[in-house]
Design a protein around this ligand. Structure first.
Ligand code: F3S
Length: 294
């Protein structure tokens, strides 16, 4: 069985940067280090960081006393940054620079009194943060159907959650333009996401089945799986190598492996090792069957 691992699988620039920043804080700073919310959507990495001494809180009120608080790559609403400073905490902002660009874009549009639409999932922390930077004024739409229900504006700005699919963003932009508004389009889709999605699509067409690695709560991993499924091949989502069921692999000639942006390289390596284990087990089983037949 051949295993094809997508070249761009795993940690993106922003996630790697956030993890590196967190580890550097632990090394360089005195006192406890916390992340506000899980640093990334990957339980195995969060557990590893916790073992190293980096705690996680869901609310700043859980921190009593001095310490360092790290803002994760998704970013937060500006109010949280203010509260951390008021509490006298050392603030380290690991918001991904690409997310920060979206936050600044909505803030600038609102300052110019231009209504702004965010294409994305309103419940995703990145989108909640972006809306916060608009002073709560940005309108969030998930897709073209929701965009059709918006009021008509003379002028409107549109940005994307960084992990949006290009065709969904384009469809919303088309609806806004067709409504007669003057539309300022800011394509804020992150290249890392677009590259991973394109690669996953191509990979799924070349293999018999795809393993998609990543946290169960990772939106970009879910999107990769969704894209792979459109190729009509079986798609299996796993967080760790142990979750791979050898029964899935029986009779396959080629298996593709891709991974969400918050999946570390060591999980991808463990999955490759598990595939080798499968090869070994499979070979032994074939040999045993041949011996029995003789
Ligand atoms: Fe940043 Fe793109 Fe990753 S926005 S966190 S580099 S997916």
């Amino acid at each position: 069985m051949k295993v094809k691992v997508a070249a761009k699988a795993g940690f993106c620039f922003g996630v790697k940067r956030a993890v590196d920043i967190a580890r550097k804080c632990l090394h360089d700073r005195d006192g406890p280090v916390y992340t506000l919310g899980p640093l990334i959507h990957n339980d195995q990495v969060i557990e590893a960081l916790a073992r190293e001494g980096i705690g996680s809180v869901n609310d700043l009120d859980e921190i009593n006393g001095p310490g360092t608080v790290i803002i994760r790559s998704h970013g937060v609403v500006p109010e949280v940054l203010r509260r951390a400073e008021q509490k006298g905490l050392d603030l380290v902002d690991a918001t991904c620079p690409f997310v920060r660009k979206v936050q600044r874009t909505v803030r600038d549009l609102v300052q110019q009194d231009i209504p702004v639409v965010v294409v994305g999932d309103p419940k995703h922390p990145e989108v909640e943060g972006i809306v916060g930077w608009s002073g709560g004024k940005a309108m969030v739409v998930a897709d073209a159907d929701q965009a059709k229900k918006l009021e008509k504006y003379h002028e409107i700005g549109v940005v994307a959650q960084t992990t949006q699919r290009q065709n969904n963003f384009d469809a919303v932009v088309k609806v806004l333009k067709d409504s007669g508004s003057r539309v300022q389009v800011y394509n804020t889709i992150c290249l890392a996401t677009a590259e991973r999605q394109k690669e996953a699509q191509e990979l799924a067409q070349q293999v018999d089945a795809v393993l998609v690695l990543g946290g169960k709560n990772s939106a970009n991993t879910a999107k990769l799986a969704q894209i792979c499924r459109t190729a009509g091949k079986p798609v299996y989502r796993v967080e760790t190598a142990e979750e791979i069921d050898f029964a899935w692999l029986k009779g396959l000639r080629t298996v593709g492996v891709t991974a969400g942006a918050s999946t570390p390289g060591w999980i991808i390596e463990e999955v490759s090792c598990r595939m080798m284990d499968f090869e070994e087990t499979n070979k032994e089983e074939v040999m045993e069957t041949q011996v029995e037949e003789q």
